[in-house]
Design a protein. Structure first.
Length: 309
């Protein structure tokens, strides 16, 4: 009888047309996926894939075998998940995607408590600064903002994301400080360029009274990631518009200070994204409930809100 690992390696390789694509979804190495598929071929006595250096293509026998499997693999996985539900304990590999900086600042510090509470869960966490396809890539949960909601995926907001103007405490020296977003045009700006479109990000700032003004910083320094923007601001090179999750540790330590503290830009929210299926694995529900409570207890949402500071 074939193992679930061999069958899943075959199905995911067929879906991705490559061992490397299947490996990313299964959290294995391409060599391990290739080895599992090779074992399946030897056991069946047929070649399932035409192999080339660029991609895989199903053989006629492979096409027929894939059709014969149909939804059986998903049914087997559901049976495994259902067994853990019956047992009543969250167990298994928990595959989660999030950005590295967010993980380091706000998720990993609570991991020891999470694992102490749920010792049967094995984290398999991927640090991606992109929107992942939860279903196609096999993720249980993703943490991020602004994701497109594919069918069957739901989002649960964890915290608002406000963007604020920051600089080093000594940046202004004897110069007058800005009193409105329009004044920012007179100062050195550390700006972000979208790596996908090449456009420079512009922000519309607002205050508690509902007034809105565009922040038009000078294009003194342009970067494609918030981490080096923070470093440039720390070095006293100008004013940066950055999200509160990135700025917060430096604001709380005093290494950076907010400019125009009554003004902020709204960048949406940080959310948990997961499948909305009725029979949700206990490991997924445990993660969602734990980190929702962790963010509430640590007041992370309130600390991210630029209009409350």
């Amino acid at each position: 009888m074939e193992t679930l690992a061999n069958l899943e390696a075959f199905v995911r390789s067929a879906e991705a047309n490559s061992f490397s694509g299947a490996a990313r979804r299964l959290s294995l190495t391409p060599a391990a996926v290739s080895r599992n598929v090779g074992m399946l071929e030897r056991n069946l006595g047929v070649r399932l894939f035409h192999r080339s250096t660029r991609k895989l293509a199903l053989t006629e026998e492979g096409e027929a075998f894939l059709q014969s499997i149909g939804d059986s693999l998903a049914d087997l996985q559901s049976a495994i998940d259902g067994a853990s539900q019956i047992k009543g304990e969250p167990v298994g590999v928990l595959k989660v995607s999030m950005s590295l900086s967010f993980a380091m600042g706000y998720v990993l510090p609570a991991l020891p408590e999470f694992l102490s509470r749920y010792p049967g869960i094995r984290p398999d966490w991927h640090f991606d600064s992109r929107q992942v396809d939860l279903v196609a890539e096999g993720f249980d949960v993703a943490i991020g903002g602004g994701f497109d909601l594919n069918p069957g995926i739901v989002a649960k907001a964890l915290a608002p994301v406000h963007v604020v103007a920051v600089c080093a405490p000594n940046y202004f020296g004897r110069r007058a400080q800005p009193t409105s977003p329009a004044d920012l045009a007179e100062y050195d700006g550390i700006l972000m360029r979208f790596s996908t479109s090449g456009r420079i990000r512009q922000w519309m700032m607002r205050n508690a009274q509902g007034d809105e003004e565009r922040a038009l910083l000078k294009e003194t320094i342009v970067m494609s990631d918030s981490a080096p923007m923070i470093q440039a601001a720390l070095a006293g090179l100008g004013i940066a518009m950055v999200a509160m999750p990135d700025a917060l540790p430096h604001l709380e330590s005093g290494a950076l200070k907010r400019i125009l503290p009554k003004w902020y830009a709204d960048a949406g929210s940080i959310s948990l994204y997961y499948s909305g299926r009725a029979l949700q694995p206990l490991k997924t529900r445990a993660f969602i409930d734990f980190y929702t409570e962790h963010f509430r207890r640590e007041r992370i949402g309130a600390r991210f809100a630029g209009n409350l500071r």
